[in-house]
Design a protein around this ligand. Structure first.
Ligand code: ARG
Length: 459
């Protein structure tokens, strides 16, 4: 078929070049945004008397017809089209004749594609925020239910200090709340309309960019037309927010994989979110968590790809920019597939309180509290630290916990020890004494959860 841009050249390109150049196989998913943008464009052109009201009406009717025929499948996407913008315009002209050829007045595919991508990300952003909100609600609920469950807290994956399950989950809640903030922040910068930038330099027509932006629900316009067509920061920022979100999901997934192993046994995943083995009858595998962890790599790759595409591009539009879309689509698709599955997996997972507590009883998690006991009685912390270390070594030799060492053993190290020591190194006491802001005590976690729930409401 003759190219719409036939003129300067005869428009006859090799099949090879056509196939290589065409983006229709992936950008056809922007047809809604493209048609919505074109309807607004026709309205603006009519308002500015660049089109007659009759022409605009014919164009808009034609576009609405194309949209509904695409939605119902009556109109198939033509794989021979160069891209979605050409496809819509060619179909329109086929259907309504000459008026269709006027739609592209005072715009270019360069500002059109930037517009479509911004509209697309605004929509994807809201969908991802809604999914994040659902995940956060489940985390908050599980944290509330588990605010008194004691488990070992780790550093270096070694037993460190006792913490509560609610405290641990609340840490993830804060990460996901920041992810929501980052997405909203990227969306605020996405929320400017580039349409009317035209090829790069603006137009000689008396257009009204602000009106067109308003019709499309943008808060304003990109103030510089070169920037309007050359910039993809909004998409890069969005993908970097998604990459960080996936990093959080991946860390959480890793813990879920560990916790559901027989070595830990802290969490029991529902059968509905696990798989079996084709050969080992006993297996119950945490595939969902592993896949989320694995898919994180894809989203990092998408971010790297788009960053790299743009690093050497002179202003303004270059065809390299066509490569932005697959990265954006893949990152959005991946996050949108991961979030609800992760939420479902977490909602149906059960913490195993006894396993958590018995693990917390091993590994001298209360050794810091032993040292604190002495410092509160006046011993300098470094001395108390060393003395407590000796007592841990003694407990290891005797194969006992610190709680099980007799008072005489303590007294042989320091006269400051008394029977009240046992109350101080009891695991629940260790947890509930940590009432500092942000700490692991039930009361501190309750304060965190109250804040988390407030913030969830504002997503
Ligand atoms: N398919 C192109 C893209 O995705 C649309 C813009 C084409 N503009 C141009 N001057 N060739 O970037």
């Amino acid at each position: 078929m003759a190219k719409l841009w036939t003129g300067r050249t005869d428009g006859v390109t090799s099949r090879q070049a056509d196939d290589f150049n065409s983006s229709i196989r992936f950008d056809s998913r922007l047809y809604r945004e493209d048609i919505t943008g074109s309807i607004a464009h026709a309205k603006m052109l009519a308002k500015c008397s660049i089109l007659t009201p009759g022409e605009a009406e014919t164009i808009i009717e034609g576009l609405c017809g194309i949209l509904s025929d695409l939605e119902t499948g009556k109109l198939p996407i033509d794989p021979e089209s160069e891209d979605v913008h050409m496809f819509v315009e060619e179909t329109l002209t086929k259907r309504i004749g000459d008026a269709g050829k006027k739609l592209h007045t005072a715009r270019s595919r360069n500002d059109q594609v930037a517009l479509d991508l911004r509209l697309y990300l605004k929509k994807e952003g809201s969908a991802i925020l809604a999914q994040l909100k659902d995940l956060l609600a489940v985390i908050a609920e599980k944290a509330e239910a588990g605010k008194a469950l004691i488990l070992p807290g780790y550093t270096h994956l070694q037993h460190a200090q006792p913490i509560t399950f609610g405290h641990h989950l609340a840490a993830y809640a804060y990460m996901f709340l920041r992810d929501a903030d980052r997405i909203r922040d990227a969306l605020a910068r996405t929320d400017l309309s580039p349409i009317g930038s035209c090829a790069l330099a603006g137009t000689t027509y008396p257009t009204d960019r602000a009106y067109e932006a308003e019709l499309l629900g943008f808060s304003g316009i990109v103030p510089n037309s070169i920037d309007g067509v050359a910039d993809r920061d909004f998409a890069i920022e969005f993908l970097s927010a998604l990459a960080i979100l996936m990093m959080h999901l991946s860390r959480f997934s890793e813990e879920i994989v560990l916790w559901s192993s027989s070595e830990f046994g802290f969490l029991q995943l529902s059968d509905a979110y696990t798989t079996g083995s084709s050969i080992m009858p006993q297996k119950k595998n945490p595939d969902m968590a592993e896949l989320v962890r694995g898919k994180t790599g894809r989203v990092y790759g998408d971010l790297m790809a788009i960053l790299t595409v743009f690093k050497g591009l002179p202003l303004a539009y270059n065809k390299d920019m066509q490569e932005d879309k697959e990265s954006v689509f893949d990152a959005c698709d991946t996050v949108r597939a991961c979030l609800p599955v992760f939420t479902g997996m977490l909602a149906t997972a059960e913490p195993k309180a006894e396993r958590m507590l018995s693990a917390a009883k091993e590994g001298f998690l209360n050794a810091t509290d032993l040292a604190d006991y002495l410092t509160k009685k006046g011993m300098p912390f470094r001395d108390a630290y060393r003395l407590s270390g000796r007592l841990v070594a003694e407990a290891i030799r005797e194969g006992r916990s610190l709680e099980a060492l007799p008072l005489e053993t303590y007294k042989s190290e320091s006269e400051l020890f008394d029977a009240d020591l046992y109350g101080e190194i009891d695991l629940a006491a260790c947890v509930n004494k940590r009432r500092s802001a942000g700490g692991t005590s039930v009361s501190s976690v309750e304060a965190q959860l109250a804040e988390i729930k407030e913030k969830i409401k504002n997503i």
